[in-house]
Design a protein around this ligand. Structure first.
Ligand code: 16G
Ligand code: MG
Length: 547
């Protein structure tokens, strides 16, 4: 079917979704993100690409419209692959190309991709479309669907959903519902069903109290938590804050997971109650952060803390099953050094480090039977191999196996149902953390006692061209400019427990600097010294960095 004519595609583009922006944009780690008003044509083209991808994979493909934790006037789009994963990396260049060609080159570009992948152009494929609560999302979603229709695909509109819900729907559709029912009700039923089985009828346990303050970031996470409040009732008393109406302009404003993590501050709108467990999700509910206040001190429980809690619990239950499975944990260079030490030395769980970006973590986690992955910023989940699932089912169903081992296997099977394996899911992760704290009889203070974070500091440096910074070893070492790494090594050597690395941001036009050391002052000092070196050796612009 190569070299066919796709005139409608051009006609639609010209009449309804003309390319209005000259500058090229790049499909980055989280898809495309920009001011919503500039994205109409990009959405239309992602609708086209989704149909091509779906025909190539002979499966449903997802399109999610969201700019996550960005301010309300922004928006964005990402494609979701058949098993609910992020778009395969080798297709990112096609997404970039589709977004940037002229309207009159669209037909040609479609023919090019059809030829390269030998795509059959007859299947009536489903494209699963979801959007967050931004006021711009409905019209952008319509643009995506126009693109889908222009190539005779079938758009399936799920309306306003969280990013992880959309990933779940795609996985359900492509596994013939083995993963669950591809409906919102199916999603709530799967998660709350597992939660109820795991927690039983005891609502509190030891120091654990079933009350949680929840910051919905004035976004979709606030809308969807209501179903959980209803279905869980007193089992988990979720008190929700930051649920402003759509279009209030308050989305992510001074609240939400990104704000809390990056500002290390309590969000606005949540009452401060000493010692009470709180959590925040981000604008599309794929990131989660826990925290509490005590004696006017703010305590943050980030992705590293969640990863260690989850890995330690899974290890504990796994040991009780008597089944041999390999459990591993995946982090990035941003993980606090104290968490890495704790995982490797105390928990004795193998830990791997990969480059920033969810797709890298997810991919690496698949190497293990049970792979736990989290970015420090609160995005993460657990993936289980087929081997793990098969063995657990076998043990749970084998009446000749001792009762305790079977119960442990059943617990793990229920945990699998509670977890959204397709992608980090703030609500599912929250239910998992609550389940583990409940099982251990811990309050949030007890959880924090596992290890003490090393003081750390993040800085940004503006340079002429950030691509001059290249790295290796999961971004932990700088390759170019050549003179930079030896300088960093020399600076780090001056500090007790010092560690520092630099990398070009994937989402902003800056270079990021991370430093940690044994005291607050030393971490700050090291960060600023390294930032100054970056400024000096990598073509810094503006004033040299200061604390
Ligand atoms: C994107 C990534 C996130 C990463 C962040 C790093 C996804 C879905 N999101 O938001 O994982 O932590 O970029 O940003 O992959 P940076 O490159 O600007 O530091
Ligand atoms: Mg997000």
């Amino acid at each position: 079917m190569a070299n066919s004519s796709y005139r409608t595609v051009y006609a639609f583009a010209r009449e309804m979704h003309p390319k209005t922006v000259k500058e090229d944009i790049l499909y980055g780690t989280a898809g495309f993100r920009a001011k919503a008003s500039t994205l109409g044509y990009v959405m239309y083209r992602m609708g086209l690409l989704a149909v091509l991808r779906a025909r190539y994979k002979r499966a449903a493909i997802g399109v999610m419209i969201t700019a996550s934790h960005n301010p309300e006037p922004d928006n964005g789009v990402k494609l979701v692959d058949p098993m609910g994963e992020m778009l395969e990396q080798s297709w990112e260049k096609w997404a970039t190309k589709f977004a940037n060609v002229g309207d009159d080159q669209l037909e040609e570009t479609i023919n090019e991709i059809i030829k390269e992948y030998d795509i059959p152009m007859t299947d009536r494929v489903e494209i699963v479309v979801g959007k967050d609560t931004r006021p711009s999302s409905p019209s952008l979603s319509k643009s995506v669907m126009d693109g889908v229709l222009a190539l005779s695909g079938k758009p399936v509109d799920y309306g306003i959903v969280t990013t992880p819900q959309l990933h779940y729907f795609v996985a359900c559709k492509n596994t013939k519902r083995v993963y669950g029912e591809p409906t919102e009700e199916g999603y709530y039923a799967k998660l709350t069903g597992a939660f109820k089985k795991l927690r039983g009828e005891t609502y509190t346990n030891g120091k654990y109290r079933n009350r949680l303050l929840y910051d919905g970031a004035n976004g979709v996470g606030a809308k969807k938590i209501k179903y959980f409040q209803e279905l869980l009732g007193n089992r988990l008393k979720i008190e929700m804050f930051n649920d402003a109406i759509i279009g209030s302009g308050k989305l992510n404003h001074l609240c939400g997971a990104d704000h809390v993590k990056s500002q290390q501050k309590f969000p606005t709108g949540v009452p401060v109650e000493s010692g009470v467990r709180c959590c925040s999700v981000d604008g599309d509910a794929d990131r989660l952060i826990y925290y509490y206040m005590e004696e006017n001190n703010f305590h943050l429980m980030d992705g590293d803390r969640m990863a260690t809690l989850i890995a330690s619990y899974l290890k504990e239950v796994l040991e009780k099953t008597g089944i041999e499975l390999d459990l591993g944990l995946v982090q990035t260079a941003y993980a606090n050094g104290a968490s890495t030490d704790y995982i490797a030395k105390k928990l004795r769980v193998p830990v791997a480090c990969v480059s920033t970006g969810v797709k890298h973590l997810h991919h690496k986690a698949l190497d293990y039977d049970i792979g736990v992955y989290f970015e420090a910023n609160g995005h993460g989940t657990v993936v289980f191999s087929k081997n793990a699932k098969d063995k657990l089912k076998e043990t749970a169903n084998d009446s000749s196996v001792a009762g305790e081992r079977r119960t442990a296997a059943e617990t793990l099977l229920n945990l699998i149902d509670l977890i959204n394996e397709t992608v980090g899911d703030a609500i599912s992760d929250m239910l998992l953390i609550e389940t583990i704290l409940h099982a251990k009889g811990w309050d949030i203070q007890e959880w924090e006692r596992a290890y003490t974070d090393l003081p750390n500091r993040l800085m940004k440096v503006t340079v002429e061209d950030r691509t001059v910074i290249t790295t290796t070893d999961a971004e932990r070492r700088c390759v170019t400019p050549e003179s930079l790494q030896p300088e960093i090594d020399a600076l780090v050597a001056k500090y007790k427990r010092g560690r520092s690395f630099v990398r070009a941001s994937g989402t902003e036009d800056i270079v990021r600097v991370y430093a940690e050391a044994s005291t607050r002052e030393e971490a700050d000092q090291l960060a600023v010294e390294v930032a100054k070196k970056v400024h000096e050796l990598a073509g810094g612009t503006g004033n040299p960095p200061e604390i």
